[in-house]
Design a binder for this molecule. Structure first.
Ligand code: PEP
Ligand code: MN
Length: 276
């Protein structure tokens, strides 16, 4: 498939070699399908609190939400930063949820690590090697998204940077790549899922929201993701997507997420995995 000689730390050494990332007892990569959900950006409104309640009531554990947003334009909303992190932590703690949020700058790793259970490194920073190392050194679990123009081999080289710090808790995330097709925001590289599962021992999740950019197709894509063997999905969901600060076109309602979870549970019986 690809030359794995340089994949010293990411490569799968034998058929049963797999990393299970354990976050306060919640395991990612143990054969269950983990759903992480929440808005693109954390916001100070009732919707954010309601979203956390809905996520909790569905039996999910991971609340996502950006406080530092890596926006393509410097004039777009950049996130509520530390105030957003505090709110994210407070709301998550109130409902017993775990936090996943993005860090975009090496100078903020310590700060974000203080409030978050998983450090997300976004597509635009996949080859920010200083950030990969700093995030790794925090010893917090890292969720590394594939660069939108990165090959699988480059993606795994970036993963090597994180693992080479000694941090073993790394989750890979396919989130769509840029192709000639522009109808959807990105093109989900569905091949990448079984390929990564074949090549590496790391958990592989998928972001159907950024992969498509279209809320309406997020549920069907997520079912495909489960079917093809991913360890989970990170989904933009909000109690009322109309009120989302960013990425509202790709954000599903928490009501839709609940229906999706039920569909995934039905599918998972056939596939012999469980959904959490
Ligand atoms: C996000 O998760 O909100 C995000 C910005 O993702 P990506 O880095 O995949 O674009
Ligand atoms: Mn987003």
């Amino acid at each position: 498939m690809i030359d794995t000689s340089e994949l010293k730390l990411t490569r799968k050494n034998h058929e049963n070699h797999k990393t299970i990332v354990n976050i306060n007892g919640k395991k990612i990569g143990d054969g269950t399908f983990t759903i992480m959900a929440g808005p693109c950006a954390v916001d100070f409104n009732d919707d954010f609190n309601q979203t956390a309640i809905d996520i909790k009531n569905m039996g999910l554990t991971f609340l996502r939400g950006g406080a530092f947003k890596p926006r393509t334009s410097p004039y777009s909303f950049q996130g509520h930063k530390e105030e957003g992190l505090k709110l994210l932590r407070e709301v998550a703690d109130k409902y017993g949820l775990l936090v996943v949020t993005e860090v975009v700058d090496t100078r903020d790793v310590e700060l974000v690590a203080k409030y978050s259970d998983i450090l997300q490194i976004g597509t635009r920073n996949m080859q920010n090697f200083a950030l990969l190392q700093e995030a790794g050194l925090s010893m917090k679990p890292v969720l590394l998204k594939r660069g939108f123009a990165a090959t699988i081999s480059e993606f795994l080289s970036s993963a090597e940077y994180v693992l080479s710090t000694g941090n073993k808790d790394l989750i890979l995330c396919e989130r769509g790549i840029r192709t000639f097709e522009t109808t959807a925001r990105n093109t989900l590289d569905i091949n990448a899922i079984p390929i990564l599962k074949e090549l590496t021992h790391l958990p592989v999740i998928v972001d159907p929201s950024h992969a498509s950019g279209i809320a309406k197709i997020v549920p069907s894509i997520t079912k495909a993701i489960l079917a093809v063997g991913a360890d989970g999905a990170i989904i933009e969901a909000y109690s009322n997507p109309e009120n989302a600060l960013s990425d509202k076109d790709q954000t599903i309602s928490t009501a839709t997420l609940k229906a999706l979870k039920e569909d995934l549970e039905k599918l998972s019986q056939v596939l012999e995995v469980s959904v959490q």
